[in-house]
Every structure is written in C-alpha cells, then in structure tokens.
Write a protein that binds this ligand. Structure first.
Ligand code: CU
Length: 403
C-alpha cells in the first residue's frame, strides 16, 4: 500500500508539480531569505488591504492605506518560473475597495483587472513569473482614484530571482522611498474618541477631498541633533547583531497607541491632499514609510568589510529618486532593477524613476556612520534620509583624519 502511495505521489509531482505552499514574506527593512531551490514551484502569497492611522513624522499621524498593515507593504521573493497564487482580502473595516497591480505580472492590469476587492471580501488570481528582476507592486483601485491609493501607502517590492539565484552577500536590506501629500482631516487623533467609520459611496468621494494648506515642521533640526548631536543618545552598537535583530521600522497600525503618547496633544490626523498631489508638492519624502524609519535605533547596521545589498524601490508617486549613500560608492548597480540586464559599476548616485526600483551592492571599508539620501537634497528636510552604521577596525590606509 505504501508503495502505491509513493508512485501515485511521484506521478502527481511529475504531471502536476509540487503542491503550493505559503511563501515567507518580510516587512522592511527585512528581506526574505535567499532561494536555494533549483526548480520552480507554486507559492501562495496572502495580502490584506488595511486602512489605519499611524505615525508619519514626529507628532504627525496619517491615515494610511496599506497592504498587510505596513508601509511599505511586505517584500515578496520568488524564483523565475514560479507560479504565484495571490490572495488579496480587504479588511472588513475598510472604507474603500482595493486591488493590486504587480509589475512582475504579464496580464491585464498586472492583476489589478481581476483583484478589485470590496471590504470583507477576497479575490484570488495566479500568475507565472517570466522575467527576473526587482518589481514594484501597488494598488490601482479607481475608487476614489488610483493616485490616492498609491499616495496613501499601498506599494512594495517583489523580487524575481534569476534561474541560478543571486550571489550570496552578508546583508540584504529593503528600503523604499515615497512621498506624502498631506492636509488635516476632520478625524481626531487616537487619544480622542474615534468617529464611527462608514463606507463612502464612490460618487461622494470628490466631496471628501478638500484642499487645505498646512505648514509642516522642519526635519533638518532633528536630523542634525540626531546625527551630529549628543552621542549618548545613540544606542550601544552590538557587534554581535544579526540582520534578524534589526527592528521592524516600517509604519504599522497604532490602534493601541496609549492616550498619553506623544501624539496626545495633536488634534487632527493627516490625510491625502489631492491639491498638493496635482501640484507635485509633497510635504514628506520618506524612507520606509515615515520620517526616521532608518535613523537612531532604527539605523541599518553592518560590519566593515561585509558585502551589502539594498533592494531599493521608489514609488514617487511623482518624484524621481537620486539614491546616494554619502561616503560610499556602489560597487554594482542593477540598472532600473533589471536582473540579467545591465550592471553598472562604480556608481555614486543612481536614478530610480517613479514606480521603479534598483539593486545596489557595496562594501564599507571604514567604520562610521553613512547616510542614505535622495540627493535631491532639499528632500532631506522632508525626511528622505537614513543611516547605515558600520563597526569594525579603523582602516587608515583608505581613510584617515590628519589634523
Ligand atoms: Cu487600495
């Protein structure tokens, strides 16, 4: 009997392939593990669209729309030839329908055409990966408008590894740049009693978007204090860390934010401003969903001499990123996130278009702090700055302060 089961199982594997299994996905700055299998498989990815209020900047809360409750959404890592069975549910408390356009998909709308899902429901579609590369995914729901869903936080990265996989490195990080166009909403902060949420009819959406001008607080002061200020505020660097030790720094729901939190004195939650989006005037340009997501205790940590790979996405929704690390030169750049395409070497700054991605690799030679920036430099004031902290022995042959 056991022998019959074995042969039936083997024949099923030969003719139908291996059974689908749930894929491990990660939250920024974490990256899913390398893929070691040599054959394509069918994998299952489950996303849930969630709308939530979370921190966008110090003292500022924003009404995000998200995949799986984080901004950016999870990172997905599959292999060329894999079939992905994609499940998209929409949380029952959502006000809007959502869908997903995955740029790695060959098919109508990148999946968006078949995945528009109402609150409390689920859509499932399947696609085969035909091109290796690093791809953006985003919501493309037309209600109230596609830009609103993109601007509110519904995006992330999907990596399709090539047939023979990626060369191993010591660290891989997931970094995502995005803009936020804000105005004060009518919604009170979480410390106040929350108004009851009711779904809004599509034809009433235009009424909800009211242009309000608002002045944001500068970020440079806090940046300077952080980076050049009192070093006692910096956490002890643990030389025995691993990538898994890194805090999950992406934006998350803050439903449990205590009433006496630092947000308590603020009156209104920020929401998307269509007027500012149309003018292409973002109030915030951030890495991994909020100001400071890669600063202070959230800095990326490596050791001198280790090989580092960053999977970097930029959604815009309007701006092109000039991705740069101050004090470091990229050894390799996979231009426009293409794999088995053009690899550029010895690059100082690389352009990443709106809804584009890149992969950069480098090794830090000298210990110290290195800033990740969008070198459209005024964007630092809006939050486009992060930190890589490298520990290790000094390397005076390469860099030395003389006087
Ligand atoms: Cu959406």
């Amino acid at each position: 009997m056991q022998g019959i089961k074995f042969w039936v199982g083997l024949l099923c594997f030969i003719f139908f392939g291996s059974p689908a299994y749930a894929l491990e996905i990660t939250t920024a700055p974490h990256v899913p593990p390398f893929i070691s299998r040599i054959l394509p498989e069918t994998v299952v990815v489950k996303f849930e669209a969630r709308e939530f209020v979370g921190a966008l900047a110090d003292g500022k809360q924003y009404r995000f729309w998200s995949f799986n409750g984080t901004v950016p959404g999870p990172m997905i890592r599959v292999r060329l030839g894999d079939t992905v069975e994609f499940h998209l549910t929409n949380h029952a408390d959502s006000q809007f329908p959502h869908n997903i356009d995955i740029h790695a998909v060959n098919g109508p709308g990148g999946g968006a055409a078949v995945s528009l899902v109402a609150p409390g429901e689920e859509k499932i579609f399947r696609f085969k990966t035909l091109h290796p590369g690093l791809y953006i995914y985003q919501c493309a729901s037309p209600i109230p408008s596609i830009p609103a869903h993109v601007a509110n936080g519904m995006y992330g990265l999907l990596l399709v590894e090539p047939k023979h996989g990626f060369p191993r490195v010591d660290h891989e990080f997931y970094v995502f740049e995005s803009e936020f166009y804000t105005q004060e909403s009518a919604e009170q902060v979480l410390s106040e009693p929350k108004a009851e949420k009711k779904p809004i009819e599509p034809e009433k959406m235009e009424e909800k978007i009211e242009p309000i001008s608002g002045k944001k607080e500068g970020f440079l002061d806090s940046f300077v204090n952080t980076f050049f200020g009192n070093s006692s505020e910096s956490p002890e660097q643990d030389k025995n860390y691993t990538q898994k030790d890194l805090p999950d720094t992406s934006v998350k729901p803050s439903f449990d934010e205590p009433a006496d939190s630092l947000w308590a004195d603020k009156k209104y939650v920020l929401e998307f401003s269509l007027e500012k989006g149309l003018k292409e005037q973002p109030d915030y340009v951030v890495f991994n969903g909020r100001q400071g997501a890669l600063l202070r205790q959230n800095a990326l940590r490596v050791k001198v001499g280790e090989k580092v790979r960053i999977f970097f996405g930029n959604i815009g929704p309007n701006g092109i990123s000039s991705f740069h690390i101050i004090g470091e030169i990229f050894d390799q750049v996979y231009l426009e996130g293409a794999v088995n395409g053009v690899i550029n070497r010895n690059v100082q700054t690389t352009l990443v278009p709106s809804s584009g991605a890149t992969i950069v690799e480098f090794t830090i030679d000298v210990p110290g702090d290195y800033l990740l920036v969008d070198h459209s430099i005024f964007r630092i004031d809006k939050g486009a700055i992060g930190l890589i902290s490298a520990v290790g022995d000094d390397n005076p042959e390469i860099f030395e302060s003389i006087k």
